[in-house]
Design a protein around this ligand. Sequence first.
Ligand code: NI
Length: 133
Amino acid sequence: MAVTRFSVSLEKELLSELDQYVKDNNFANRSQGLRHLIEKHIVEKKWQCNNIVAGAIVMIYDHNKKDIVTKSNEIQHDNYGLILSSQHFHLSHDTCLEIIAVKGKAKELTDLSDKLISIKGIKHGKLIMSKAD
Ligand code: NI
């Protein structure tokens, strides 16, 4: 997988905490430590909650890329049980906004959202979840 470099600004104390974390866990460097922390946090967040939540998947894409619409439809039909409704707005000549209202286990919604948002060509994608009860 391609690696992107970016710079991070941290307070001194937080940086020394990171260095301590890197040392404690025998990571090769700060990047490896940070990567581990991010993955751990995101995976935990995804798996933590198995209760029923409701939310929306928001996607922006260029409808001229026909594969996106086909693929998105396929994924949505495969998961019809999680989808309450979807709304499509033609934002401009080329750009579409799609809002898909969803309800189900947080993990299932996260998986569905990951599948949709990772379709090649999707410009922006986001899942918003909220407690349903
Ligand atoms: Ni459109």
